[in-house]
Design a protein around this ligand. Structure first.
Ligand SMILES: O=C(O)C1=C[C@@H](OP(=O)(O)O)[C@@H](O)[C@H](O)C1
Ligand SMILES: C=C(OP(=O)(O)O)C(=O)O
Length: 439
């Protein structure tokens, strides 16, 4: 199981606990990936407050493979990046994307700009995720892009250079294909016009891309049929710097912990509004009846424990919230129905099945359909159990939240996988009051 994790295998036991205090949100993974690659497409830039995690390190390695350099400050508070200026080199070696779908998709399109062949691979999970529509898009642009096994999955072989053009691509598999094409398209000669064949899922992530491109002086626009980026543009952020905002997907675990187990209050800082769809966690909690308050100007969200009720919520725009919402639903009174979740099956693991099975192991009643997950909460308390984190950071973190309020201790196998997006998650969890035992 080749993984890029700092820690070796770690099971984590969570005992029932109360939480409270003040905590800083970690920086956004999505913004960090884009900022690093945008700095790569530029002559260079300084990225401040980056998330340094296994996934974003994969994007740093990719920028270096294409001819840039990334210097991390001693405390990881800044990344000084020398870019490849829109003209990626042909990499000396296979680019290892580890567990990161964002890295693989975004830098596949970068490979299509290089005058030669790029080979990309990743861990077991990443090599089982869909890349076919992006490979097809590169071929529509005149490049060559193959899955070595012919199954639309990595290892991938990409050959450029492409000059831009028009592509037609499904929107309901991954928005990361669109992000990849927009970021690369800006430095092609002709630009790229994207026609969506099906409705776009995870749409806010493309808005994040457009926001980051704008900050780097690059324009990409939404059209009636999809998106367009003109070619011949140059990446350069104002003042040579780009600052990464806080991560609402990561915050969702802290806010859920507060809503389930904060006697006094839990305050999460670094919650400035941005294009992140996952800020919807605040509204989801409000609709469930949580005592939650968001000071948008101050970037502070405060939650207290209160009794929650089940709701119906669509995750077409917010796939990464599914595990968090499912755990909230398992504790809430009544039924929580999570709809529009088929694309959540294409993540690090099939998160719809994973959540259904692990919450069932904790005593919840869960029904799984292809595009819907129904959780009957409140009928019986969650029971502590040994659960499998599925080598998936979001499954691990959401089960840790469930462990706070389960009856008895919960052991989560594979706790080290939090390194993908929230490396100090268990320290932060302990810091707010959770009883955490690393085994
Ligand atoms: O572009 C991004 O930063 C992301 C897009 C989403 O994926 P999909 O577009 O594949 O749904 C999301 O699930 C992922 O965690 C991050
Ligand atoms: C799906 C995720 O990321 P990626 O697609 O980059 O692997 C995630 O962080 O939940």
């Amino acid at each position: 199981m080749p993984r890029d994790c700092d820690d070796s295998r770690m099971n984590v036991e969570i005992s029932p606990s109360r939480v409270g205090g003040t905590v800083q949100a970690p920086p956004s993974k999505s913004y960090t990936h884009r900022a690093i690659l945008a700095a790569g497409y530029a002559d260079g830039a300084t990225v401040t407050d980056p998330l340094v995690s296994a996934d974003t390190r994969a994007t740093m390695r990719a920028v270096e493979a294409y001819g840039g350099t990334v210097d991390r400050s001693a405390d990881d508070s800044t990344l000084d990046i020398d870019g490849f200026g829109g003209q990626p080199d042909v990499p000396d070696d296979v680019i290892g994307c580890a567990n990161s779908g964002t890295t693989m998709r975004l830098i596949t399109a970068t490979g299509a700009l290089a005058d030669g062949i790029t080979v990309l691979s990743g861990d077991d999970s990443l090599r089982s995720r869909p890349q076919g529509p992006l490979l097809d898009a590169v071929e529509q642009l005149g490049g060559r892009a193959k899955s070595t096994r012919g199954n639309g999955q990595a290892p991938l072989v990409v050959e450029g250079p492409v000059d831009g053009g028009s592509v037609s691509i499904p929107g309901d598999v991954s928005s990361q294909y669109i992000t990849a094409l927009l970021m690369a398209g800006a430095v092609t000669d002709e630009g790229i016009e994207i026609d969506l064949e099906t409705e776009l899922k995870s749409a806010p992530y493309v808005q994040i891309t457009i926001e980051v491109l704008d900050a780097f002086g690059v324009e990409a626009v939404e059209t009636d049929a999809g998106f367009r980026v003109d070619g011949g543009q140059s990446y350069a952020p104002a003042g040579g710097e780009y600052a990464v905002p806080g991560d609402f997907s990561s915050m969702s675990y802290l806010l859920a912990a507060g809503a389930l187990a904060a006697d006094d209050e839990l305050e999460v800082r670094g919650a400035q509004p941005s294009a992140q769809g996952d800020a919807a966690i605040v509204e989801v909690l409000e609709r469930m009846g949580a005592d939650i308050d968001w000071d948008r100007d101050g970037g502070v969200i405060t939650t207290r424990q209160s009794s929650l009720s089940g709701i119906e919520v669509g995750v077409e725009d917010t796939p990464d919230l599914l595990p968090t919402i499912a755990v909230l639903g398992a504790v809430a009174d009544g039924t929580t129905t999570i709809t529009d979740c088929e694309h959540v099956r294409y993540k690090e693991t099939d998160r719809v099945s994973a959540v259904a099975e692990e919450l069932t192991a904790m005593g919840a009643t869960v029904e799984e359909e292809q595009d819907t997950l129904t959780i009957h909460g409140g009928e019986s308390d969650l029971q502590g159990a040994t659960v499998d984190g599925r080598a998936d950071h979001r499954i691990v973190m959401s089960l840790a939240v469930a462990g706070l309020v389960a009856d008895g201790d919960t052991t989560i196998e594979g706790g080290e996988h939090v390194d993908v997006s929230f490396p100090d998650f268990f320290d932060v969890f302990e810091g707010i009051g959770a009883t955490v035992t690393r085994e």
